[in-house]
Design a protein around this ligand. Structure first.
Ligand SMILES: [Zn+2]
Length: 264
C-alpha cells in the first residue's frame, strides 16, 4: 500500500493545538448545555406523550428520549411500523429477541402467541442463541430483533431466523448501517472492548455494516422492504433522519437455502 504523505507538525504548533483543544472542549460543553433544552414539542407514538423530549446517548442526541416511556428514536420508528405495516393479529406467533420492556405489553396485546428470548438476560421466556436457534422450522409469523445483528454472526442469524419463520412470515431488524460503505467492516485484529468502541462504536459490537448487509439479507432468502424515517415523521416523532427498519419476508413457497458448509 502506498504511504500517505502526512506532514510532521513542529513542537510549537503542537503546543498551540493542545491549548486550542482545551478551549474548544470548554466552548462545546457550554454549547451542549444550552442545546439540552430544545423547546420543541414532540409526540411519542409509543406512549402518547406530547411535549419536550430529553437528550440521550453519547454524544447526546437532542430530543432522542421520551421522558414518559423512555423510548428512543428506533423504538418510535418500530411503533410506526407496527401501526402502518405490522398487521399483527391474534392468530400470529411473535418471537421477540432482547425485548424492549416498552414493547412487551404492546406486542402481547396484539399477537396470539408472544415469546421473548435472549442469550444473556434471564427474565425472558427462552434462552436462545440467535446463531443456532433451538426451535422447530416454520413456527413463527414475526420475529423482532432490534440491535442484535451487529453483535453476532449475522449470516448465521439471518439463516436461522429464515428457518424458524413460517412461509410469508417476517423478520424485523434495526442495526447500525453506514449506507456509504459498500462492504461491512470487520477486523479480526480488533479484540479488546476499548478497540471495539473505537472501530465499531460500542464495546460489544463485532462489526459495522455497510450497505452489503442488504445483499446478505437477500442471500438468506428474504424479500426486503425498507421502512425509512422521513418527514414529517422525523420532526413530529423525534426520529433519526433516514434511520431504516428492515422488514424481511420469507416468501411463501421458497425452501430454506442449502448451507454450503456447516462448522461445529
Ligand atoms: Zn413515550
Amino acid at each position: 500500500m502506498a504511504r500517505d504523505a502526512i506532514p510532521t507538525p513542529d513542537p510549537r504548533q503542537l503546543r498551540l493545538a493542545r491549548g486550542a483543544l482545551e478551549r474548544i472542549r470548554r466552548r462545546r460543553l457550554r454549547e451542549f448545555e444550552a442545546m439540552m433544552v430544545t423547546g420543541f414539542s414532540r409526540t411519542c407514538p409509543v406512549c402518547g406523550y406530547v411535549g419536550e423530549f430529553a437528550p440521550v446517548g453519547e454524544p447526546p442526541r437532542l430530543d432522542g428520549l421520551c421522558p414518559l416511556c423512555r423510548s428512543r428514536e428506533r423504538h418510535r420508528l418500530f411503533k410506526l411500523w407496527i401501526e402502518r405495516r405490522g398487521a399483527i393479529t391474534t392468530d400470529m406467533a411473535v418471537l421477540h429477541f432482547a425485548p424492549e420492556p416498552v414493547f412487551e405489553p404492546i406486542l402481547r396485546a396484539l399477537a396470539g402467541t408472544y415469546v421473548t428470548a435472549d442469550f444473556l438476560r434471564t427474565k425472558v421466556d427462552l434462552k436462545l442463541n440467535i446463531e443456532a436457534l433451538e426451535l422447530d422450522d416454520a413456527g413463527f409469523d414475526l420475529i423482532v430483533a432490534h440491535q442484535i445483528l451487529e453483535h453476532v454472526d449475522h449470516v448465521k442469524a439471518l439463516g436461522e431466523c429464515f428457518r424458524v419463520l413460517k412461509p410469508g412470515g417476517r423478520l424485523v431488524v434495526t442495526t447500525p448501517v453506514i449506507e456509504a460503505w459498500a462492504t461491512t467492516y470487520v477486523n479480526p485484529a480488533i479484540t479488546t472492548a476499548r478497540e471495539r468502541v473505537l472501530h465499531f462504536g460500542q464495546k460489544d459490537h463485532s462489526r459495522y455494516f455497510g450497505r452489503d448487509l442488504k445483499d446478505h439479507m437477500r442471500a438468506a432468502g428474504f424479500v426486503l422492504h425498507e421502512f425509512v424515517s422521513v418527514e414529517p415523521d422525523v420532526s413530529t416523532y423525534a426520529l433519526m433522519r433516514g434511520e431504516t427498519l428492515y422488514e424481511l419476508t420469507r416468501p411463501a413457497g421458497r425452501p430454506i437455502p442449502q448451507k454450503k458448509t456447516r462448522k461445529g
